[in-house]
Write a protein that binds this ligand. Structure first.
Ligand code: 5CA
Ligand code: ZN
Length: 412
């Protein structure tokens, strides 16, 4: 699929400390240590509705990782998928008497526009499940041949499932106990109650064609893939058998990333699949998680068409820590708009206090598990000093403007 337009990123002088990030599998904040090329896979949208502020918050968190690694001089190889065939997409299309292909294309186009407006650095490979169908079915074929997958005992629909005991490491990513795994697989698209599986949580790899459902020919028989193997195949085939970061919102910790990792590891034997599993918190509205199924959504595109500056949306979402579940409120946006105006006023001055300390603090706080509340406060401190004292170094406003642009993605 076509990715979205690239973003100009100013190059800054110097550099900050290595990036430390929380890793779900170990429960610790650990340094990331990519080689010259840093590899990152972030799960993309299921395009059945417009980008809401929860999605935006998640993609912004990983955009900060991307920007920080680039600032350190890494060549960031970023891959993202689009789940352009899956149950929720088919259900929504049926409900609205829409064509699922058209629905997916329309919402993906809107997502690209939203990402561009938010100045999110695009992935190098932006891959839809449908266009990756052959590689996904081949991946399943290899798991089956290697004994990590099996066909369920159902003469009508001999679907293929993953044997979760195949790697000997299952559960290391989420660290959830069995009860929690069962509950979450039931809630998040799994089928623990289906008879004939080796283990109730075993995840679907290939669903044989049903009457009236879209399907693709393959050596497995006509059908379509399960959700986790889509991401496992797309990431592994482009980024290699071990990657620096696998990311998404915290609702992907289980079953999605646990199985994605297990699928990849069962195929290659390389453990762990990702050196960091990074998860962002959930954005809520009126006390509930913002979600397409609940319908309590604030859309990025709606805010944009109401004339809200995307820079203010960025600042509003970055004013909280990415790992915290946190609410979206009108007040948050109003504060961000005020902050954006102050920052713009300060960088438009013809001189300001020395920028070196502000930039160093900005980098240090970002490197500390993306501590954006403190990173924004570091810029606030420089801005207040610039507006109060006036005068100083003529180069400073430009340096701060570039640093805010490069590291936070906000154009002043
Ligand atoms: N297509 C799959 C991943 S392969 C999927 O989860 N799509 S999604 O459209 O439902 O979500 C896209 C991303 O947004 C995921 O990382 C998800 O965790 C994140 N997300 C969804 N809702 C919220 C929310 N309320 N707050 C923060 N992130 C969210
Ligand atoms: Zn995914």
């Amino acid at each position: 699929m076509q990715s979205w337009a690239p973003v100009d990123i100013p190059r800054l002088e110097g550099g900050g400390p290595p990036l430390r990030l929380h890793d779900t599998s170990t429960g610790r904040i650990r340094p990331t240590a990519p080689g010259p090329e840093a590899t990152m896979y972030v799960c993309g949208i299921t395009p059945y509705d417009a980008t809401h502020l929860g999605h935006a918050a998640t993609y912004l968190a990983f955009d900060l990782v991307n920007r920080y690694w680039r600032d350190l001089g890494h060549d960031v190889h970023y891959v993202q998928n689009v789940t352009d065939i899956d149950e929720p997409l088919l259900e929504r299309a049926a409900r609205d008497q829409d064509d699922w292909v058209v629905l997916g294309m329309r919402e993906t186009a809107l997502f690209r526009e939203d990402m561009e407006a938010l100045r999110v650095v695009p992935p190098r490979h932006y891959i839809g499940a449908v266009e990756a169908m052959t590689e996904i079915s081949e991946f399943v074929g290899k798991l089956l041949a290697g004994g990590s997958a099996y066909r369920i005992d159902d003469p009508e629909y001999p679907d293929v499932y993953f044997d979760s005991s195949a790697t000997g490491h299952f559960g290391y990513e989420s660290n959830y106990d069995e009860q929690t795994m069962l509950r979450l697989s039931r809630e998040r698209g799994g089928d623990p109650d289906r008879p004939g599986k080796r283990h109730p949580t075993d995840a679907l790899l290939w669903r044989m064609a049903r009457e009236g459902e879209p399907s693709w020919e393959s050596e497995l028989g006509a059908g379509r893939p399960g959700w986790h193997v889509e991401c496992a195949a797309i990431s592994l085939n482009r980024l290699g058998e071990q990657i620096d970061l696998n990311g998404g919102g915290s609702d992907l910790i289980f079953p999605h990333h646990e199985f994605g990792a297990a699928h990849a590891e069962a195929l290659t034997g390389a453990h762990p699949f990702a050196r960091h599993y990074v998860h962002s918190g959930m954005i809520g509205l009126d006390g509930e998680k913002m979600s397409k199924s609940r319908g309590n959504l604030v859309f990025v595109s709606k805010l944009r068409s109401a004339g809200v500056d995307p820079g203010a949306i960025r600042l509003a979402l970055l004013s909280g820590h990415y790992r915290e579940d946190r609410p979206w409120t009108d007040e948050l946006l109003a504060q961000a708009q005020e902050r954006l105006a102050r920052w713009r006023e300060a960088v438009a001055l013809d001189a300001g206090p020395d920028a070196a300390e502000a930039v160093a603090n900005l980098r240090t706080h970002l490197a500390d598990d993306l501590d954006t509340p403190r990173a924004l406060a570091a810029v606030d401190a420089w801005v207040s000093a610039a507006l109060e004292r006036r005068g100083g170094d003529a180069a400073a406003p430009g340096v701060v403007r570039d640093a805010v642009d490069a590291l936070l993605g906000v154009e002043l």
